[in-house]
Ligand binder design. Structure first.
Ligand code: GLA
Length: 649
């Protein structure tokens, strides 16, 4: 969307508004003007287009074969998915990644397939080649078929796999196999003619074919001034990158008006995609490519795990395909394999297997086939696990299942030494004084505790339990328990800031040939469940909130009231951790577009104010915080403390 607050907001001089605090903040529903991104939309704006109501599952060729992919390998993997029962469990996408193309025919721009590795594509006739026989086969086996392309003119393999025998061939123009300049033609080819159902759209064409570079000169590519500068968010043209993906999204929708498609954005956490990916595609990569090392897995996990409020049914954070089967996650490392899988399941990551299943050990199939973990990942409500205890050593992640009555919890030892972890009923938002029952989802073992229970985790171990007990909030839910029902319409960040909380591994590509591994992905300052946008505990004028939503001023959150609750309540105020301690803000609650409740102006040190809104019959609740309107005032850290939906209709 081009009308984001950060990009179009006209600065209003604070002094002109500043007669009194109240006057300065007197904006209310009646005074909002057209185009104001904080104005309530009155309808759910979360992206539900396409077919990704739960995180996509299946198999992708990349980590198994890179560009050495071929038809037999892909169909072989598909057959194992069927034979092993994984397909039935939900692994129903088979996705062909980079390496399939031969060239773009210059006479009519039609893409040609490398038939040496995809023999069934040698259909002949005026079209030359076609993937229809291939997708027919996959469809007949019960799969959805996926294909790979690039948003620019050239693909990643053309920059990074130069040794490959399967790179596009021919003149400079013939080797321009990416979407640029051919969006409608290619999308129609993929979705209408060839029958693909899923597309992964990479972004190297916008980043790596730099004017004057030795790559461009040696390979005789057409240079492209970079829209994405991997090392600099400020030098990345965020709006242009987003708009490219929006154009493709529109073409896909037109090609598949019934919405039977999945659009996967692969911009590796760059260009602030962690904030807008949800509005454009069904999944978006939140980080660089995973490699089969423990620290790379941590890096990719963190890039998605801290973004629970940005995902939900129809739109998912994508920390990359699983690397199970390789390196630190091969069959000799069962603890790490289970951790990798458990973590992806808990944060609603796509479960895309990517090893050569034809030769894989049964123990790995058994991990992928853990129906309990798959069910957890595929839970219809789509609430990504929320990190409820955070540290660099160990984390506790809690995921609300279905109607909010059941929980899953993962205890995760990130480190190489044993870690003591104490799980509290409170971490689960269950009552302190009542028994909590745990069922281990790897062993099915049951246990119970009251108040708290100690665990000793082996290095790299993740324990996953289903937990039940008496809810702390008996007649409703805290909003931080239901991130899948929240859409962060406007998060209040003005200038994209890099997220320092993502594990900084030694970069596998540049190793230590630089000053350090730096934060890379924008999104710092985004809305958080049970924490402030900068990862602090929620606290207003000394009052601590264990539950709540932390957000910046000038934000608008949407909450679906699917369960038909009667009341929204929250204790609101400026968080004690804010910068700009003199700046006032005001909180508003809307129901289906109508103002239901508003706070007085509050600033740092003002006690939390209780807001109550009658939301009976309301479908979409919107929570708005308006802050100081001066162009250069810091956004104010604003807390919706104990924000909850209670009461039945
Ligand atoms: C990029 C992507 C990978 C894979 C390769 C293909 O690196 O991030 O997932 O698709 O390109 O070349």
């Amino acid at each position: 969307m081009k009308h984001r607050w950060t990009e179009t907001r006209a600065p209003k001089p604070w002094t002109a508004l500043c007669g009194s605090l109240a006057a300065a903040l007197a904006l209310s529903a009646t005074q909002v003007h057209a185009g104001d991104p904080l104005a309530p939309a009155g309808r759910w704006e979360g992206n539900t287009s396409g077919s990704a109501s739960t995180p996509p599952m299946g198999w992708n060729s990349w980590n198994a074969f890179r560009t050495e992919v071929d038809e037999a390998k892909v169909l072989g993997a598909a057959q194992v998915l069927v034979d092993s029962g994984l397909a039935k469990l939900g692994y129903n996408h088979v996705i062909l990644d980079d390496g399939w193309w031969m060239k773009r025919r210059t006479s009519d721009g039609r893409l040609q397939i490398r038939t040496g590795i995809f023999p069934s594509a040698a259909t002949g006739g005026p079209d030359g080649t076609s993937f229809k026989p291939f997708t027919d086969k996959l469809h007949a086996m019960g799969f959805k078929a996926g294909i790979y392309t690039d948003i620019g003119r050239n693909a990643c393999s053309q920059a990074y796999d130069l040794h490959s025998p399967n790179l596009p061939q021919g003149t400079t123009a013939e080797r321009e196999v990416g979407l640029e300049g051919h969006v409608t033609q290619d999308i129609n080819l993929y979705f209408k003619e060839w029958g693909f159902d899923y597309i992964k759209i990479d972004a190297c064409g916008l980043a790596d074919f730099l004017p004057g570079s030795s790559l461009v000169k040696q390979q005789n590519y057409r240079a492209a001034p970079p829209l994405i500068e991997r090392g600099s968010i400020n030098r990345t043209d965020i709006a242009a990158v987003r708009s490219r993906y929006e154009t493709v999204a529109a073409a896909i929708k037109a090609a598949r008006p019934a919405g039977d498609y999945v659009m996967s954005i692969c911009a590796w956490g760059m260009a602030n995609v962690r904030s807008w990916g949800k509005d454009v595609g069904n999944l978006w990569r939140t980080s660089a490519d995973i490699t089969p090392s423990w620290t790379s897995m941590l890096h990719n996990f963190d890039s998605a795990a801290k973004r629970a409020l940005y995902a939900g049914p129809g739109h998912w954070n994508d920390p990359d395909i699983l690397h199970i089967g390789h390196g630190a996650f091969d069959a000799a490392n069962p603890v790490e394999v289970r951790s990798h899988f458990s973590l992806w399941a808990m944060i609603n990551a796509p479960l895309l297997v990517s090893y050569d299943l034809r030769n894989g050990p049964a123990s790995l199939l058994a991990v992928l086939g853990n129906a309990e973990l798959v069910r957890l990942n595929q839970d219809k409500a789509g609430h990504q696990g929320v990190i409820t205890y955070d540290s660099d050593d160990a984390q506790i992640i809690v995921k609300t299942l279905g109607d909010g009555q059941r929980k899953a919890v993962a205890l995760f030892n990130r480190g190489a030494s044993p870690a003591p972890v104490t799980l509290l009923a409170m971490h689960l938002k269950l009552a302190d004084g009542a028994p909590v029952t745990l069922r281990n989802l790897w062993t099915n073992e049951r246990s119970s505790f009251t108040g708290e229970k100690e665990f000793m985790l082996a290095p790299h171990e993740t324990l996953v339990f289903e937990a039940s007990g008496k809810r702390a909030l008996e007649n409703g839910v805290y909003l931080s328990e239901i991130p899948g029902s929240i859409n962060v319409a406007v998060d209040g960040t003005r200038q994209p800031q890099l997220d320092p909380t993502v594990h900084r591994m030694i970069d596998p590509w540049s190793s230590t040939r630089s000053g350090g591994s730096r934060p890379q992905y924008a999104g710092w300052g985004g809305a958080q469940a049970d924490a402030t946008p900068y990862g602090q505990s929620l606290q207003v004028a000394g009052q601590v909130f264990n539950s709540g939503i932390g957000v910046l001023s000038d934000s608008r959150l949407q909450v679906k009231n699917d369960a038909g609750h009667a009341r929204l309540t929250a204790s609101v105020g400026v968080d004690d951790s804010t910068e700009g301690k003199g700046q006032p803000v005001r909180f508003y609650v809307y129901g289906d577009g109508k103002l239901l409740a508003e706070s007085a102006p509050v600033k740092f040190g003002t006690r939390a104010q209780k807001l109550t809104a009658d939301v009976r019959g309301v479908k979409v609740i919107e929570l708005v915080v308006r802050g100081p309107t001066t162009g250069n005032a810091q956004p104010v850290v604003s807390t919706w403390g104990d924000a909850q939906l209670t009461g039945s209709p």
